[in-house]
Design a protein around this ligand. Structure first.
Ligand code: UDP
Length: 458
């Protein structure tokens, strides 16, 4: 009998591709054949930065379809990219499925799509293929997407998703407030990008109606109110390669593993780890303040300075900085983050609070210093600082800059007041329990995979 064959498609951004790759590998481990569809540009990045080449092949097939832009066009222009995806990818996906079904002895029996790729769910429905949606961010934030019609009815946004007022809003009484400008589609500066993303949101809500399963990379212990508000959302997380002692895959940049050797040389619980994900941009003034703040802390630090972290082509360090800091500071362009956060030398995580980074910090019991950049990162910061109480916020000055003294002060407060690490370790217990043998997320994932397998034999 042919094996179950699932087509898995992420939204084409780093923070979506990585957890979706992990989901794909969990399926493969259970004998499910997976075709993983990236955009052409991301396919090249992901396959060329994959260290353990034995990891794919066999049951995992990596393929690509175009995103509709020309190869040289700038993918950080989100309005262009999103519009192009919405216009062109459904047709390409349909062609791909037809081709696989013609050539492969096991036809596609199920499509699992990032809920931001509602178009893929639509294609699957049209082709009579079973489907499931995957959500790689927090369920609380998903709640704001699922509530968009209510926000229109309440006069908070217009029919294009543009905010009409400034007051804080709530999805429900049990959940934290959100600023209208931090909704998933309103966090962009220009109204065309807001409209394009609002279209993604409208499709995402429609897609949620067309699926039998809606699985989420979260755990009930992290956001119990959100899960009780939306019983149809099924927690299966945190889905981390480190939880099964495997390497994280799906990197858009080459990870620099030499920082692990450097970490081995640092005392336990001493290192400040700083990483701002794949998307954050800071200006040169802020970059210099951060560099000098780290120098003032006088503690070892490991800092990810990703290409593109500053607006300038290359980040410029203060004069003599690298020499002064010497071996106390280690700077890399991309780290094996899950391994770094699991390393005993790490004391805390200065993070932009992307959901994956948040889950990785939580899973390793790390206290946070929050440096959100946009969208859900502010909501995740609220969870970290106000609900879980495992971290602190930075305060900006009138010019919107986090100054070096503020950085030093917050690092000291976080690392000298033991309550943050104690809370972080409590949360770790709760959350890691959910992915262990009898944990709820683990059981849900098992049920989901069984569903994929059962449907195939029907
Ligand atoms: N990451 C990494 N190395 C780095 C920085 C980040 O492997 O140096 C990974 C990190 O482990 C996480 C992902 O990149 O899984 C970033 O996702 P997140 O949701 O935190 O942020 P985004 O990039 O979407 O803003």
């Amino acid at each position: 009998m042919a094996k179950p064959h699932v087509l898995v498609i992420p939204y084409p951004a780093q923070g979506h591709v990585m957890p979706t790759m992990e989901l794909a590998q969990r399926l493969v481990e259970k004998g499910v054949k997976v075709t993983f569809v990236n955009t052409e540009v991301n396919h090249k990045l992901v396959t060329s930065n994959w260290l353990d080449r034995n990891g794919f092949g066999g049951l995992l097939q990596m393929v690509s379809i175009p995103d509709g832009l020309e190869p040289w066009e700038d993918r950080t222009e989100l309005c262009r990219l999103t519009t192009s995806i919405l216009q062109s990818m459904a047709g390409k996906l349909e062609e791909l499925i037809e081709k696989i079904n013609k050539e492969d002895e096991s036809k596609i029996t199920c499509v699992i799509a990032d809920d931001c790729m509602g178009l893929a769910i639509r294609v699957a429905k049209k082709m009579g293929i079973r489907r499931a949606a995957f959500w790689p961010a927090s369920v609380a934030f998903l709640g704001s997407i699922l509530s968009y019609q209510k926000f229109i009815d309440d006069g908070i946004i217009d029919n294009n998703g543009i905010p009409l007022q400034d007051q804080m809003i709530r999805v429900s009484e049990t959940m934290p407030h959100l600023k209208p400008k931090n909704l998933p589609w309103t966090c962009f500066e220009d109204s065309d990008t807001v409209k394009a993303f609002f279209q993604v949101v409208v499709e995402a809500v429609e897609a949620a109606r067309l699926t039998e399963w809606f699985i989420c990379n979260s755990a009930t212990g992290l956001e119990p109110e959100a899960f009780s508000l939306y019983p149809q959302l099924v927690p299966i997380g945190p889905l981390l390669a480190s939880n099964r002692l495997a390497n994280q895959t799906g990197h858009f940049w080459q990870e620099d593993s030499t920082c692990l050797t450097w970490l081995n040389q640092q005392p336990n619980g001493s290192v400040i780890y700083l990483a701002f994900g794949s998307f954050t941009i800071i200006n040169q003034t802020q970059f210099v303040e951060l560099a000098l703040g780290l120098e003032l802390c006088n503690r070892p630090f490991l800092w990810v300075v990703r290409p593109g972290l500053t607006k300038e082509a290359t980040a410029t360090y203060p004069d003599g900085y690298i020499e002064r800091v010497g071996s106390r500071g280690r700077i890399v362009t991309w780290a094996p983050q899950q391994k770094v956060l699991a390393h005993p030398s790490v004391a805390c995580f200065v993070s932009h609070c992307g959901w994956n980074s948040t889950l990785e910090g939580v899973t390793n019991g790390r206290p946070f210093l929050c440096w959100p950049y946009f969208a859900d990162q502010f909501y995740n910061e609220d969870y970290i600082c106000d609900i879980w109480k495992t971290g602190l916020r930075f305060k900006k000055d009138e010019a919107g800059i986090i100054r070096r003294e503020e950085i030093r002060r917050k690092v000291e407060e976080l690392l000298t007041n033991k309550k943050y690490v104690t809370k972080a370790l409590d949360l770790k217990e709760k959350v890691t329990g959910s992915v262990q043998k009898h944990g709820r997320s683990n059981k849900n994932l098992g049920d989901f995979i069984e569903w994929i397998q059962e449907k195939d034999t029907n």
